[in-house]
Design a protein around this ligand. Structure first.
Ligand SMILES: Cc1ncc(COP(=O)(O)O)c(C=O)c1O
Length: 382
């Protein structure tokens, strides 16, 4: 089975479909009013898709605002996108500040102490630190608690050393509770309302992650959204908007058959003998395991596709190899591709299925495909 993207095939690989990614971006953007900025979330190596090619394609799509988890990731994006706006979503450690500011990253701040430290640093270095204020509306993670935000606005208003660029909050349950999301949204709006209008007008104001878009308020003051998983092709919750967008999966995860052997009935397979063959069986040893991103929770539960047909994973997934029962496949050969996530012939293993059989969530499953798995890009523009 030859991949459309590359030959020779590695032992395991992730195919990244850049045209599908671009179509997803186009479809998401088409649902947003023109004044809404698209902030593309590219943290964790662009959700495992490879930040260099993903950011390059986003720039080609006209997107020049990115969100990353930390200063290190921001530096990587800055290298690829010298002119872009790059926001750090997580806390920045004091020792990371000088480099973050040298890289012109926008640092997220949550309290007065951080603001004063950044203002002092800016004065000493004769620079103007770029900052976004995070407001905690019920996630309990980043941000000043929404009821205490007004005081921080005054501190910021009196800090000309700082370049205050935006204000944001993060929803904890946009994929599971409209009610709680609405509560968080209303707390955020009430807090933002207290920013003096002349300052507020200059700010990028956002709350919505992918799931939030389903209840996104197209009214001001919101003027940006932060989109992660949806652009990579996974619909985070049921919803009419998501059905309309109908995102295409961007990543497929594949491996190969490394060995085929026949074993007698009664043979236990893999570590700790969690599976015993009931009858004489043909076993295929796949050349990927948890060291590549197949979770051990998938042991005795997941299926893979070989030649378009489903075969079950048997026994415990090991670090470098996974066993499947290939007795139903007369034509199987060493070297064949096995699809862990994605399509093969007319069959498909969706990321939802992979996650349900591996006790995972799509965000986690995508970023758990390890760095020894090469990413192979389809549709690269030379
Ligand atoms: C602060 C913040 N904003 C936006 C996102 C993007 O979320 P999603 O991938 O669900 O769109 C994340 C993802 O973890 C996040 O932490």
């Amino acid at each position: 089975m030859i991949s459309p993207c590359a030959a020779p095939l590695p032992r395991a690989w992730a195919e990244i479909n850049l045209p599908a990614f671009e179509r997803n971006i186009g479809k998401i953007k088409a649902t947003l009013p023109p004044h809404i900025r698209y902030i593309s979330v590219v943290k964790a190596d662009a959700y495992g898709h490879g930040v260099a090619h993903i950011v390059e394609r986003l720039l080609q799509c006209g997107i020049d605002h990115f969100a990353v988890a930390n200063a290190r990731e921001g530096a990587d994006v800055r290298y690829i996108a010298p002119m872009a706006e790059i926001a750090i979503l997580g806390p920045t450690l004091p020792e990371e500040i000088p480099q973050a500011l040298a890289d012109r990253l926008t640092v997220a701040v949550s309290d007065e102490h951080e603001i004063r430290a950044l203002a002092d640093f800016s004065r000493r270095q004769n620079c103007r630190a770029r900052i976004n204020l995070a407001i905690d509306t019920g996630m309990g993670r980043m941000g000043v608690w929404h009821e205490n935000a007004e005081k921080i606005f005054s501190v910021l208003a009196e800090a000309p050393e700082l370049d205050w660029r935006g204000v944001f909050t993060h929803f904890s349950s946009a994929d599971s509770s409209r009610e709680y999301t609405e509560l968080q949204r209303s707390r955020f709006l009430a807090a933002v309302e207290k920013i003096p209008p002349e300052l507020r007008e200059r700010l990028t104001i956002h709350a919505d992650n992918s799931a939030g878009l389903e209840t996104f308020s197209r009214e001001r003051p919101f003027n940006a959204v932060r989109v992660g998983i949806l652009q990579y092709g996974w619909q985070p919750a049921p919803g009419t908007l998501f059905e309309k967008i109908s995102p295409e999966p961007v990543l497929s995860f594949k491996t190969r058959v490394g060995l085929i052997k026949n074993l007698p009935a009664g043979t236990p397979v893999s570590y700790n003998r969690t599976f015993t063959l009931e009858k004489k069986s043909k076993i295929a040893v796949l050349t990927a395991g948890y060291g590549d991103g197949i979770p051990t929770a998938a042991s005795n539960r997941a299926e893979v596709l070989i030649g378009g047909r489903r075969v079950p994973v048997i026994g415990r997934v090991t670090m470098d190899q996974t066993l499947v029962d290939a007795s139903a496949l007369p034509e199987i050969s060493v070297g064949d591709a096995a699809t862990i996530i994605g399509e093969s012939g007319s069959s498909c293993i969706s990321i939802e299925e992979f996650c349900s059989r591996g006790d995972s969530i799509p965000w986690e499953a995508l970023v758990s495909i390890t760095k020894r798995v090469p990413r192979i890009y389809c549709g690269l523009r030379r």
